[in-house]
Structures are given as structure tokens and as C-alpha cells.
Design a protein around this ligand. Structure first.
Ligand code: CA
Length: 220
């Protein structure tokens, strides 16, 4: 029975949620508010959020990075999992998307843990490295433009301490990554990054078939 990962049908997926999901009311409300927002499919799934929260607690994370905030569900989830003096550096280029989430960060009482920087993430992360923050972060979650992933991965790897974790979303890309000869730039970027991380001796890894595929890379 356990030789490969299960295919989850709707019934089993509902069971999984019913028997594991624990959301703060602000998380549920923000998910609802995002449902009708343009590009709502960009939001991570709630069980994926819960996994990220568990990982943050597991490694005792205090300082985390998010590349790609969208409407702020994952930032809210991370902030709830971080300790009172924890900080999340949240990077996004969209003011409109992130504005939707901010009232929910407030109502959950975690807004003070989230430092939102609306600018290209590459620029923000390079600035943090230049100001001596290399090796000082515990966790990074990358979920933004796919052609930028490789750059974000490299910058986050520098910002992380040894034993820090990078989580990368959409690495299975709706199954497209398994198509050889794809001419789509996003697919090609993900294929190249997946191959690179598989061979990357700087990290230990697992590629989880949760959501749209989530790679976890532990910095050695
Ligand atoms: Ca995503």
C-alpha cells in the first residue's frame, strides 16, 4: 500500500483537511476574502500553510523570509507560528495584493512581526546581504515569479544559517515539469531548478507532492 504517494481524490482530501486543519479565524477569513480576488489560485493551500507553520516551529525559527506575499495568507500563517520576538521579511512587488491581507494580520495580532517590503525581492534580499545579514535567517519560503526562482534560491541560501530551511512552491507546476521539451519559460525555469537542487551538495532535500509541489531544502 505504501510504495508510492497516494493520489488524493476529493473525498480523501476533505478527510485530510477535516482531520488535520487548525486555522486561526483570521486565516479562514483571509482565505475566504482571497477566493474572489484576481489570480486567487496563487494562494497556497491551507494544509500547505500548516506544514510551513509546523516547520517553522520544528526548527525554532525566529527570522524568516517570504518571497511572494500575494494576499498574505502564508505571511499570516508564518507570523502566527513565529515567537513573539520573531520577524518575517515579506517581499512582494504588488501593493494591491498585500493590502488585502494586512487587516487580517492586524486582527490576528501579528502585524508587528511582518516587515513588508514592496519592491523587487531580488533587490531587497541583496540589500540585506550587503548590510551583513548573511547567515542570520532560519527559514525562507519562495513563491513568486518562476523565472526568478533560481536567483531567490541563491540569495536565500546566503541569508540562511546552517540548518535553515528553504521551502519552494509550485515545483511540480501542475505536472508540466515532467514534460520533456517544454518551450514555456516558467516550466523550463522550474525544470532547471529542480535538477539543480537535486544535485546541490549545499543542501539536503525532499520534494513533497503537496499543493502544486513543495521542495524543502535544508542548508548544510
Ligand atoms: Ca504558489
Amino acid at each position: 500500500m505504501s510504495r508510492r504517494t497516494l493520489n488524493l481524490d476529493d473525498r480523501l482530501y476533505e478527510y485530510l483537511l477535516a482531520h488535520s486543519l487548525r486555522e486561526h479565524p483570521a486565516q479562514t477569513a483571509l482565505r475566504e476574502a482571497t477566493r474572489t480576488w484576481p489570480r486567487a489560485g496563487m494562494q497556497i493551500s491551507p494544509e500547505q500553510g500548516q506544514l510551513l507553520a509546523l516547520l517553522l516551529r520544528l526548527i525554532g525559527a525566529r527570522r524568516a523570509i517570504e518571497v511572494g506575499v500575494f494576499t498574505g495568507y502564508s505571511a499570516l500563517t508564518a507570523a502566527l507560528a513565529l515567537p513573539a520576538d520573531g520577524r518575517l521579511l515579506a517581499c512582494d512587488i504588488s501593493d494591491a495584493d498585500t493590502r488585502l491581507g494586512q487587516p487580517y494580520w492586524q486582527s490576528a495580532g501579528v502585524a508587528q512581526k511582518i516587515e513588508l517590503v514592496v519592491a523587487p525581492a531580488q533587490q531587497t534580499l541583496r540589500a540585506r546581504l550587503a548590510s551583513g545579514e548573511g547567515g542570520t535567517y532560519d527559514f525562507a519560503f519562495i513563491d513568486a515569479d518562476k523565472t526568478g526562482y533560481d536567483t531567490y534560491y541563491e540569495l536565500c541560501l546566503q541569508l540562511l544559517r546552517t540548518g535553515g530551511v528553504i521551502a519552494i512552491d509550485n515545483v511540480l507546476w501542475g505536472g508540466e515539469v515532467a514534460q520533456a521539451g517544454s518551450t514555456d519559460a516558467d516550466t523550463q525555469a522550474l525544470q532547471a531548478l529542480n535538477a539543480k537542487i537535486h544535485a546541490d551538495q549545499r543542501v539536503d532535500l525532499a520534494l513533497l507532492p503537496i499543493g502544486d509541489g513543495l521542495t524543502l531544502a535544508l542548508k548544510r
